[in-house]
Design a binder for this molecule. Structure first.
Ligand SMILES: Cc1cc2nc3c(=O)[nH]c(=O)nc-3n(C[C@H](O)[C@H](O)[C@H](O)COP(=O)(O)OP(=O)(O)OC[C@H]3O[C@@H](n4cnc5c(N)ncnc54)[C@H](O)[C@@H]3O)c2cc1C
Length: 422
C-alpha cells in the first residue's frame, strides 16, 4: 500500500468500488418501472406503484406536458359549467411523492435492451414498462380532413388547444348558424362523448336564446351509446334543434372543405359555421411504432394483468389497448391501471396479487341536472375483459335521480383526479 499514491488509489477505487454499488452489479438496486404517458392510465399506475410500495420500486413517468387538460369533463367545460382551469392539472404532488417526472416525449422503445429512448436521445432502462399514450387521430379517415384542417374544423378529441378552439367557435355562433358534427366510427374514446357534446352545444345555443340554429350529426354508425336516452333528452330539452343521421340517411361522408366549411354527403351538402369533425382513431404512435398494436391499430393485452400480448415486460393500459367489453374511457383506464400496478409490483417485488376485477361508469349530461349513466363490472373471461354485470339509465326517470347522477359524476371526477395527480 505504501507504493500507492493518493491519485492511483482514487483511480483504483473508482475502478473497483463504485461498480460494486451500481444496481446492475449487485443486482440489488431498486427494480425500475418506466411509464409512458401521464393521463388517467399511466398516471394512475405511476402513483399507485410508488405510494403502495413506499418507494421499493423506482418509478419514472415520461410525459411531455407539464399541465394535463382532461378530455373527461371537457364537455362540461363546453357547456359552460366548468372553467378550463378546473379541468387542467399539474404533476407537482406526484413529483413530491417520489415519482421521477421526465417532461419529454418518448421517441421509441428498445424492447431488446429494455430501454425507453427519449426525444432528446437519452435512454431510460426499465425492468417493466407501462405504455399509456392514449389515441392518435386518423386524419385521413375523413376525405379532405387533415391536421391543418383541424385548426379550422376542430376535432377536440384530444384535449387542450383543440377544446378551447371549439368553445371559441361555439360562443361566436349567431342565431340561424349551423353546427355539423361528424361522429367517429367504432372503436373510439368515450362512446357517449360525441352525443354529450351535442347536448352541450344545444344547451349553449338555448341559453343564448337561439331559435333558428341547427345541429346536424352525421354518424358513420347505425346506432350509438345511450341512444334512446339522448334522443329522449334532445326532444325534451331542445325540440327541433338536433338532427341525427345514420349512414342509411346520409349515404356516406364524401368530403369536408375547411376553406368553405362545406361538408358533402351522398344525400346533401351542408355549410357549417362550426364543423366538429371527429375522425377514426388508433393507439398512440409510440405504441404502434414499438410493435405493440395489431392490425386494428390498438394493442392486444392479457386480460388477467394488462400485459401486452407482444411483450410480457410491457403493460398497455387505457385507450391504446383493446379492452374487450370495456369502453375506452378515463374510468376504464384508471381501473386497468390499478390492475397493472398490482401486477407490476407482483413481478418486481413479489408483492401479493388479488383476483383481477375491473369496473367502469360513463356519465353524460344532457341538460342541467339531467345526467344519464351506463357502466358495468368486468373480469377476465373468454380471452378478453368480459362484462359480468352492466347497467344503464332508463327513459323517463325522475328528475331527482338524474340530478343525483350528475352529483355522482362530479364526485367521481374529484376522485380520479386525486388518483392521477395526488
Ligand atoms: C369529449 C370527451 C369526453 C370524455 N368524457 C369522459 C367521461 O366523462 N368519462 C370518462 O371516463 N372518459 C371520458 N372521456 C375519455 C377519456 O378522456 C379517455 O378515455 C382517457 O383520457 C384515456 O386515458 P389514457 O391515459 O389512456 O390516455 P390520455 O388521457 O390521452 O393520456 C395519454 C398521455 O400520454 C402522453 N403521451 C402520448 N405519447 C407519448 C409519448 N410518445 N411519450 C410520452 N408521453 C406520451 C400524452 O401527452 C397524454 O398526456 C372523454 C373523452 C372525450 C374526447
Amino acid at each position: 500500500m505504501t507504493n500507492l499514491t493518493r491519485r492511483s488509489f482514487t483511480a483504483l477505487a473508482g475502478a473497483s468500488l463504485v461498480p460494486l454499488f451500481a444496481p446492475g452489479v449487485l443486482g440489488q438496486g431498486k427494480p425500475k418501472l418506466v411509464v409512458i404517458g401521464g393521463g388517467p392510465g399511466g398516471g394512475t399506475v405511476a402513483r399507485y406503484v410508488n405510494k403502495d410500495h413506499k418507494g421499493a420500486i423506482d418509478v419514472t413517468l415520461v410525459e411531455p406536458q407539464k399541465k394535463f387538460t382532461t378530455c373527461f369533463f371537457s364537455n362540461i367545460y363546453v357547456g359552460g359549467y366548468r372553467s378550463f382551469a378546473s379541468i387542467t392539472h399539474g404533476y407537482d404532488k406526484v413529483r413530491k411523492e417520489g415519482v421521477k417526472l421526465v417532461h419529454e416525449a418518448a421517441a421509441s422503445i428498445d424492447r431488446d435492451k429494455r430501454e425507453v429512448v427519449l426525444a432528446g436521445g437519452k435512454r431510460i432502462p426499465y425492468d417493466r414498462l407501462v405504455v399509456a399514450p392514449g389515441i392518435d387521430i386518423k386524419f385521413d379517415s375523413v376525405p379532405g380532413y387533415s391536421e391543418a384542417a383541424a385548426q379550422v374544423m376542430p376535432h377536440a378529441w384530444k384535449p387542450g388547444a383543440q377544446t378551447e378552439l371549439l368553445v371559441r367557435k361555439l360562443n361566436a355562433l349567431k342565431d340561424g348558424d349551423t353546427i355539423v358534427m361528424i361522429a367517429p366510427p367504432n372503436p373510439y374514446r368515450c362512446p357517449p362523448g360525441p352525443y354529450e357534446r351535442v347536448s352541450m352545444f344545444a344547451h349553449v345555443l338555448k341559453q343564448k336564446g337561439h331559435k333558428k340554429s341547427k345541429i346536424i350529426v352525421l354518424d358513420p354508425k347505425p346506432t350509438f351509446s345511450k341512444q334512446a336516452l339522448f334522443l329522449e333528452g334532445w326532444e325534451k330539452h331542445y325540440p327541433g334543434m338536433i338532427e341525427w343521421q345514420d349512414p342509411k340517411m346520409h349515404g356516406g361522408i364524401k368530403s369536408v372543405d375547411p376553406k368553405t366549411g362545406e361538408i358533402k354527403t351522398d344525400l346533401a351538402d351542408y355549410k357549417a359555421t362550426l364543423a366538429n369533425v371527429i375522425p377514426a382513431q388508433m393507439a398512440g404512435k409510440i405504441a404502434r411504432d414499438a410493435g405493440l398494436a395489431d392490425q386494428s391499430g390498438f394493442c392486444p393485452i392479457d386480460p388477467e394483468n394488462m400485459k401486452s400480448k407482444m411483450d410480457t415486460n410491457i403493460f398497455v393500459v387505457g385507450d391504446a389497448c383493446i379492452p374487450g367489453d370495456m369502453p375506452k374511457s378515463a374510468f376504464s383506464a384508471n381501473s386497468q391501471a390499478k390492475v397493472a400496478a398490482m401486477h407490476v409490483a407482483g413481478d418486481l417485488i413479489k408483492a401479493r396479487t388479488f383476483p383481477t376485477r375491473y369496473s367502469n361508469t360513463c356519465w353524460s349530461l344532457i341538460e342541467t341536472d339531467d345526467d344519464v349513466k351506463v357502466g358495468g363490472s368486468y373480469e377476465p373471461g373468454e380471452g378478453k375483459i368480459k362484462a359480468t354485470t352492466t347497467f344503464v339509465s332508463q327513459k323517463g326517470e325522475p328528475p331527482e335521480l338524474r340530478k343525483q347522477n350528475y352529483k355522482e359524476s362530479v364526485d367521481w371526477y374529484a376522485s380520479i383526479i386525486g388518483d392521477v395527480f395526488g
